[in-house]
Write a protein that binds this ligand. Structure first.
Ligand code: HEC
Ligand code: HEC
Ligand code: HEC
Ligand code: HEC
Ligand code: HEC
Length: 309
């Protein structure tokens, strides 16, 4: 994120925090869905199974009659309340359509179609365009991917919601993700490339490395500034590294992992050059300390093991 957009989203966030309660009160989808009854614990486990099936492309494995749907609507509402979308006032109607001004169910639901209906805005094949109304850059990168081509042609490819956990709509952490990619990219399914999960993890680890090199460069420049050094060249390289870092989450969605890594590595080079340009000698104080810590941990581990026998 650029500085400007960072400040802007900060402002939007503040606005959202203060303004949402008032705005939300006018949204009938939220008002009514909040009051529906929830799943009990056993039913909740079924809900998890259903979500997994959806990701694997087994359409709604439970009977979708009104009472079940009502409970989904409640649990989806609950997940949604934890999402960044809720914080930014992205309500149900933004993705499902309908009329959020009516508190009569039939009127509010006008145009709201089940996700199994090919005309629904949340039918798997239409999901990228629905999300892309707001996430335009992610969508345009996603359109370049094999995932998007396959999604349009056949069913077995991930859409935005496969990787972003409806209705929390969050970014998966690295371990969740490996399992997810492996659902399709494995030897049995024969969906190339079978090493995609590992390569994806490596690519994101590389992106993390860029972040830590940026941190180091930032510290070095701050230190050089305090000593009255000219940091303009170093700052320029750091700025390049930062803008590369900020472009990565969007670039990711073209699923061209080699290109992703090339771009990341160029960012790492800029950040390292910025460290050199700052003229601050690179300290590595943490490595011996860390080594010592590790061997202490190792010894404690050994003692515990011996005591258990
Ligand atoms: C007066 C209550 C009420 C309002 C207002 C309402 N809903 Fe619902 N909604 C329900 C109930 C109850 C269900 C469970 C299924 C059923 O009974 O039709 C449901 C189900 C759903 C479903 C599941 C699929 C379906 O079509 O049944 C979606 C999606 C949905 N609502 C979206 C919305 C959106 C979007 C809005 C606002 C534009 C909204 N709802 C407003 C009560 C409401
Ligand atoms: C950011 C977009 C987005 C928002 C916001 C959103 N949904 Fe959804 N919803 C989806 C997608 C995509 C699916 C299809 C995938 C799935 O079933 O999980 C879906 C599926 C559902 C279903 C499953 C039933 C069906 O056939 O459609 C229900 C119920 C539902 N949403 C209710 C809600 C409610 C209630 C809200 C508001 C509290 C809401 N959704 C907000 C995107 C959204
Ligand atoms: C009406 C606009 C709108 C729609 C439609 C929409 N989003 Fe969002 N989304 C936002 C806003 C606003 C944010 C919060 C600001 C940001 O992070 O850019 C956000 C944030 C996110 C995030 C980041 C969450 C985090 O924790 O960092 C993800 C992931 C996401 N959306 C996925 C989706 C998916 C998937 C869909 C479609 C099913 C979708 N969005 C549809 C507006 C929208
Ligand atoms: C195969 C999995 C996958 C698919 C499909 C996918 N994403 Fe993502 N998305 C990710 C991962 C992983 C990240 C975090 C990337 C990173 O940190 O570099 C992410 C990040 C995001 C973010 C946060 C961006 C930010 O600035 O932090 C948004 C918003 C988002 N995706 C929206 C979408 C939308 C919209 C679609 C569909 C057009 C989509 N995603 C499809 C895996 C996926
Ligand atoms: C629902 C199934 C599914 C899931 C989940 C999935 N993929 Fe894919 N992926 C596919 C399909 C289908 C192709 C196209 C294979 C082909 O062209 O033969 C593909 C292709 C790819 C390619 C090759 C792109 C190219 O342009 O050649 C990469 C890289 C990739 N996936 C990465 C990932 C990563 C990383 C994840 C997890 C975040 C993931 N995939 C999750 C189905 C999936």
């Amino acid at each position: 994120m650029h500085h400007k957009s960072f400040i802007l989203s900060g402002l939007i966030l503040l606005f959202a925090i203060f303004a949402v309660p008032g705005v939300l009160a006018d949204n009938s989808c939220i008002n009514c869905h909040e009051k529906l009854s929830a799943f009990n614990e056993t039913e909740q486990q079924f809900n998890q199974i259903r979500i997994k099936h959806l990701a694997r492309d087994v359409p709604c494995s439970l009977e979708c009659h009104a009472t079940t749907l009502s409970k989904f609507a409640k649990s989806n509402y609950e997940q949604w309340t934890k999402s960044k979308h809720a914080m930014f006032n992205i309500t149900c109607d933004n993705c499902h359509g309908g009329n959020p001004g009516s508190d009569v169910k039939e009127k509010a639901h006008a145009g709201v179609l089940l996700d199994s209906d090919p005309n629904s805005s949340v039918f798997y094949r239409n999901v990228p365009e629905t999300c892309g109304k707001c996430h335009t850059e992610e969508l345009s990168n996603f359109k370049n991917s094999a995932h998007y081509q396959k999604l349009k042609a056949l069913r077995q490819a991930p859409a935005c919601d496969t990787c972003h956990v409806p209705h929390e709509f969050r970014v998966l952490n690295v371990s969740e993700f490996h399992d997810l990619c492996s659902q399709c990219h494995n030897i049995d399914m024969r969906i190339a490339p079978s090493d995609a999960p590992d390569r994806a993890i490596a690519a994101l680890a590389d992106a993390d490395r860029l972040k830590s090199e940026i941190k180091k460069a930032d510290d070095a420049i701050r230190f050089a500034k305090q000593q009255g050094k000219d940091v303009s060249t170093a700052q320029k390289n750091l700025d390049n590294a930062i803008s590369i870092r900020d472009s990565l989450p969007v670039l990711w969605h073209s699923f061209d992992l080699s290109n992703f890594r090339n771009v990341t590595d160029s960012g790492i080079k800029y950040a390292q050059q910025a460290q050199i340009d700052s003229g601050v000698p690179m300290a590595t104080p943490s490595s011996p300390g860390f080594g010592a810590l590790l061997s202490i941990a190792g010894m404690i581990g050994l003692c515990l093991l011996l005591r258990r026998r």
